[in-house]
Design a protein around this ligand. Structure first.
Ligand SMILES: [Zn+2]
Length: 330
């Protein structure tokens, strides 16, 4: 009987720990998202320090990528980090970058347990962060919230694994599966809520991409216009095979304030490219395909990943079916 009671108590305690773990990891994921679109060249990570069920420190990767989330959370926790649990949305770094390794800070702070969402595929980390923590006698649990974390770090993962950006396609489609009125006349398909979502997506991605057709039709500015988030405008990318982008467009006019990358064919006119360069835009030349005629999709993605020291890790592609295939109107 006594064993039965003890077993029940143990089961109850383990259920409570699992619930608490889930709750604190959710909070860490939420905190990590605060940095999305602003932490290049580092991934946007969230961290929470918990001692005896009480949150004693919270942190997320700061704008520009430093400090990392873990030292931020540990700094706020101070002495209370001793014997505490650290929840973190990505494997803590173990290599010396521009700042000392986070695992050293975690060990020095006296953390007893680390709950880490997912391993960092960056070859400089790749399991070594977790291993170093375990070697220091810290209990390490990996995998809680892995799916959400993989989504949040998609740009970082894609760049490390495939040397290309992660592309999120936003398509405005009417209930009858159309994207414009007859004769390509533009019509408003999305409402206020969808527009806010699009602006949020722009702020959370490193880059936003449209086809030249959208530029010619709408003359968009493509910055983030959500109140208080204007400074979070991503790099603007235009697919423009024949360099038809007008010098008078709002994109070209604002190229010195917010970066503008124009992706074009190797055959596009040199004079037009020079004019764009003089206006502050960057012209990126890539290979083309003949059938269908357009820019080579993979060449575009690899060129974007290589540009600006890999700044465009996640891209919001906004537009029509042409952009969906990165062809046709480009
Ligand atoms: Zn770190």
């Amino acid at each position: 009987m006594i064993f039965r009671i003890l077993e029940d108590q143990l089961a109850q305690k383990s259920r409570e720990t699992k619930d608490a773990d889930r709750r604190f990891m959710q909070l860490a994921l939420m905190l990590g998202r605060r940095g999305q679109g602003r932490t290049w060249p580092n991934p946007a990570v969230g961290a929470v320090v918990v001692r005896d069920g009480v949150i004693v420190g919270r942190g997320w990767t700061q704008p520009g990528g430093r400090p990392h989330a873990e030292p931020e959370a540990l700094r706020r926790a101070g002495e209370a980090a001793q014997g505490a649990t650290l929840y973190v949305t990505l494997e803590p770094c173990s290599h010396v970058g521009k700042s000392p390794p986070c695992v050293d800070a975690i060990i020095a702070a006296g953390i007893a347990r680390v709950v880490s969402a997912i391993e960092d595929p960056n070859p400089e980390v790749a399991g070594q962060g977790h291993a170093k923590l375990r070697a220091a006698g810290i209990k390490v649990d990996v995998g809680l919230g892995a799916e959400e974390a993989a989504r949040d770090h998609a740009g970082h993962f894609r760049r490390v694994r495939d040397k290309r950006p992660h592309v999120i396609l936003k398509l405005a489609v009417s209930p009858d599966d159309k994207i414009a009125a007859a004769g390509h006349t533009p019509v408003a398909i999305t409402g206020e809520a969808a527009r806010t979502q699009v602006h949020l997506l722009r702020a959370q991605c490193d880059a936003i991409l449209v086809g030249i057709g959208t530029v010619l039709a709408d003359d968009p500015l493509l910055t983030c216009r959500l109140p208080g988030m204007e400074a979070r405008s991503p790099v603007r990318v235009v697919l423009d095979r024949a360099l038809r982008i007008p010098g008078t467009s709002r994109l070209v006019h604002s190229a010195r304030e917010t970066p503008l990358w124009v992706v074009t064919s190797e055959l596009a006119e040199a004079a037009a490219a020079m004019k764009l360069g003089a206006a502050g835009a960057q012209v990126i030349r890539v290979a083309t395909t003949t059938s269908p005629p357009g820019l080579d999709v993979l060449a575009v993605l690899h060129a974007l990943a290589a540009r600006g020291r890999g700044r465009a890790r996640s891209i919001a592609a906004i537009g029509n079916h042409a952009v969906a295939g990165l062809e046709g109107s480009c």
